[in-house]
Design a protein around this ligand. Sequence first.
Ligand code: ADP
Ligand code: MG
Length: 540
Amino acid sequence: MTISEEIMTAGDMKKTGGGGLMRAKNSKPEEIRKSNIQAAKALSDAVRTSLGPRGMDKMIQDPKGEVTITNDGATILNQMMVVHPAAKMLVELSKAQDIEAGDGTTSVVVLAGSLLGAAEKMLAKGIHPTTISDSFQKAAAKSVEILINMSIPVDLNDRESLLKSATTSLCSKVVSQNSAELSPIAVDSVLKIVDPARENNVNLKDIKVIKKLGGTVDDTELVDGLVLEQKTSNVNGPKRMEKAKIGFIQFQVSPPKTDMDNQVVVSDYAAMDRVLKEERAYILNIVKQIKKAGCNVLLIQKSILRDALSDLAVHFFDKTKIMVIKDIEREDVEFLCKSLNCRPIASLDHFTPENLATAELVEEIQTGTSKCVKFSGIANPGKTVSLIIRGSNKLMLDEAHRSLHDALCVIRCLVKKRFLIAGGGAPEIEVSRELMMHANTLTGPDAYCFKAFAEAMEIIPYTLSENAGLNPIGTVTELRNRHALGEKTAGINVRKGCISNILEENVVQPLLVSTSAITLATETVRSILKIDDIVNTIRG
Ligand code: ADP
Ligand code: MG
């Protein structure tokens, strides 16, 4: 008996009737493929209800009882406990779309699920998985071509169009009612950091987003200058400093510790006195040098080895009127240096006036329930932006952050590739229609696969109308008819519940979001199709 026969269940034996070794051998890959497709489709169905402006939100609870409310596909999948290895591929797919485009993370998974359904039908017809996979790749390339043909070029100076695309992205989020405030913030912040030297890309790390509880999402603001979420460490020291000289240090102002876990035992009072005196002299020396360099605002990087500041140091800084802000995170170092146009100072010897940055004003301000420090009038500032997101509770605040991230990504997409397309299911239905026509010119399995691919694209308008409470079959067929009559921009008007020219509704999205959704979804479907076995290893 061969191994594959042994693995077969009794049911399989009955199906194949025990006859024909070939069939017995083939049945395992088929089963595996089927189970992979089922698992991935189930996951895609789970996020389907979140698509579009009328999509629902998910409440996610983690084992610690922490709750997240979100509408973002990537976040939902990322937090789900997915066990099946094929379903995990969809989680990765959503992440890939998040990295590539930032938006369209729900669409990409819904599309992949639908394409898998199409592949399943083709498999049932007896078409070989490799043939399906190749055909789908060709169909995806053709779809991208169709999308490019229907796209509209956009100029970065065309603020209106940028605002519209940011609004479309925000419309389908929990914070949609705040899109009027958030869209201009997203557009302005990305445009502010576009580097003329590297025009075709922007680094979103140059936008620092701070979340502060208190107030509402309307109070979210783009700050002119730099904002640090820490408050000052001074007790009686200055909270406001005009004509600031800022030093950013990476060493600590506290007594040094021994390298290993050693103990120093002090046995008499004289020795104790000496230790205290030494400490005082050590810290005073550092503070004096800092003061001598003319610094009046000191930033200290967070350290895991010892306290950044001892109580004694705080006392001295208070006395010498130096404002101190500690616990600057390591990942913020680059952003901070770029914004302030300075370099971090790694040792006291390098603490010299030329290494300091200058700003007109540094002050501690109250935002909501906590404080933060604002720098304004920075000399030669780098191209960076600080945003303060506000929200009345943590759930809202986090979701506002994720939604704003999507909107920022949409604008980044438009900087990368300056083309827009209509939304509301218009691009998908147009791709579907043109692919279908193209399929009629093909022969062999390609013709079948192209048709199946074209049909699968209809899932987006279908789901959009389903989620909006419309009749999906009626809406999609009407949409198809309107496109057949040449109305390339006809889309689902979710607000009015009808089909209309979606450009007039100002629903536009970046071309890159749609093209990358189709290519990435197809890529994942192809790799799922090509898997014929799951092997578990004993190594952990
Ligand atoms: P994703 O995570 O994939 O971006 P969304 O929930 O943001 O998912 O939904 C995006 C889809 O909703 C796109 O197909 C877009 O065209 C459509 N859409 C967004 N706003 C509207 C609107 N106002 N009217 C119709 N369709 C819209
Ligand atoms: Mg979106």
